[in-house]
Design a protein around this ligand. Structure first.
Ligand code: PEP
Length: 251
């Protein structure tokens, strides 16, 4: 099955409002009419509304970097799905390794966030991936299987079809170290087999699996040419419009 490539930029804790506006304007100029690749940017919460305004009328979608699963109330520091929808967010990154390692994200909280996101009509980008230590210990498959099964627990087949998975080997994030094409494709094929085991071949063939971890213009072509790599979740290279374009182009 031909899966449309999906390139998403995770701006992380970068960009003031002025920087975000300027980056979003450059992206609209460079990539705002591209329709044969799905494109999204995920600015920090403070810049979502402003970036959303700039993206209007372009083909670039707006995403958030996280969400809280509760609808409202006494959850200081958190943001709900309704708040994200009110500023035209469509995608939500869930379970990023930085959330898992610094902010106590667990498979259970990832699952709650996936459920809340889907219930609100938003589209989750579910991040999974092993640490270097786990890979060295031969735990890649066990870790990724646990993360994928945890994220999709209680999610219907129809909802699973609305999700994207980002395979992000933790050792490759922000380090300049990239998974080799063989390592990346092998992991993606394995993840697809887990999705098939949970749901069906049809769902597994339809769900897009992005690669994330030091993807740059100079390595994107080889990664994006792989049979099971359906796009990228981009950190550092998403902060410069020409670099982001340099990844969208080969996609
Ligand atoms: C990320 O954090 O999702 C990521 C892939 O970062 P980078 O591209 O900087 O490695």
């Amino acid at each position: 099955m031909a899966r449309k490539k999906f390139i998403a930029g995770n701006w992380k804790m970068n960009t003031t409002i002025e920087e975000a506006r300027s980056l979003a304007k450059s992206l609209v100029d460079l990539a705002g009419k591209i329709a044969d690749v799905d494109i999204a940017v995920c600015p920090p919460y403070t810049n979502l509304a402003a970036v959303g305004e700039i993206l209007k009328g372009s083909t670039i979608h707006l995403g958030a970097q996280d969400v809280h699963w509760e609808a409202k109330g006494a959850y200081t520091g958190k943001v709900s799905t309704a708040m994200l929808k009110s500023v035209c967010v469509e995608y939500v990154i869930v379970g990023h390794s930085e959330q898992r390692s610094y902010f106590n994200e667990t498979d259970e909280t990832v699952n709650k966030k996936v459920k809340a996101t889907l219930a609100a009509g938003l589209l989750p980008i579910i991040c999974v991936g092993e640490t270097l230590d786990e890979r060295k210990k031969g735990l890649l498959h066990a870790v990724v299987e646990r993360q994928v099964k945890g994220a999709y627990s209680g999610i219907s087949e129809a909802d699973a079809l609305k999700t994207t998975i980002a395979y992000e080997p933790v050792w490759a994030i922000g380090t300049g170290e990239v998974a080799t094409p063989t390592q990346a494709n092998e992991a993606h094929i394995f993840i697809r087999s887990i999705v098939e085991a949970i749901y069906s071949k049809q769902v597994a063939e339809a769900v897009r699996i992005q690669y994330g971890g030091s993807m740059k213009p100079d390595n994107a072509k080889d990664l994006l040419a792989l049979s099971d790599v359906d796009g990228g979740l981009i950190g550092g290279a998403a902060l410069k419009a020409p670099d982001f374009l340099g990844i969208i182009k080969p996609a």
